[in-house]
Design a protein around this ligand. Structure first.
Ligand code: 4NP
Length: 181
């Protein structure tokens, strides 16, 4: 019946929140195992959801600056249809707090490093444990696969995949909640 169909109303803020080029940084220690996976997986999921996000990654220790991701991270990503081979490791810097809207840390030691490197620029609103998207407020660590074998990389990939799906889902549901309030 004409006039009966409910039209979902989007105000300009909702549209901006959906379309805006949110900038997200994934951070681990070396930027060769965990955060390159998080960068590649979230890039793919965000693009699939039509989100115009910029997603990068960095490491706090700088030991692998200029290197490609670990070959086992590349392998597990490729098996899952994600190509991370072109990424290049770089060190996290305080200015990343200015450039990014959201900074996800992979673990507690990374959070401590990020606070130290950021100094005065540290912003609690922007820096969050990555796994808090799945387990809010629990500050859980993504295990570091660097010291282990291939199985560790597979486990970490699955966890990262789940958390990246949660990032997109949580974002989309926060937008639709706004429309119903
Ligand atoms: P990531 O793993 O932080 O997940 O990239 C590591 C890679 C290298 C080192 C530590 C962690 N490292 O000390 O060289």
């Amino acid at each position: 019946m004409p006039g009966k169909t409910k039209v979902r109303r989007y105000d300009s803020q909702d549209v901006a929140a959906y379309l805006c080029g949110m900038k997200i940084l994934m951070v681990c220690l070396g930027n060769i195992c965990r955060s390159p996976l998080a960068e590649g997986v979230l890039q793919q999921k965000a693009a699939g959801a039509g989100l115009n996000w910029t997603i990068e990654s960095a490491g706090t220790n700088g030991f692998h600056t200029g290197e490609a991701p670990h070959h086992l991270s590349q392998k597990v990503a490729k098996k899952n249809g994600v190509d991370i081979s072109c990424q290049v490791s770089r060190k996290f810097i305080a200015e990343d707090l200015d450039r990014f809207d959201k900074i996800y840390v992979m673990a507690g030691d990374v959070m401590a490093d990020v606070k130290k490197i950021s100094g005065q620029k540290f912003n609690q609103q922007k820096v969050q444990y990555f796994l808090d998207e799945l387990y809010p407020g629990q500050n859980k660590n993504v295990p570091d696969p660097w010291y282990g074998d291939e199985d560790g990389y597979v486990e970490v990939y699955d966890l990262i995949d789940e958390a990246c799906a949660a990032i997109v889902d949580n974002h989309l549901s926060s937008i639709s909640k706004k429309q119903t309030t």
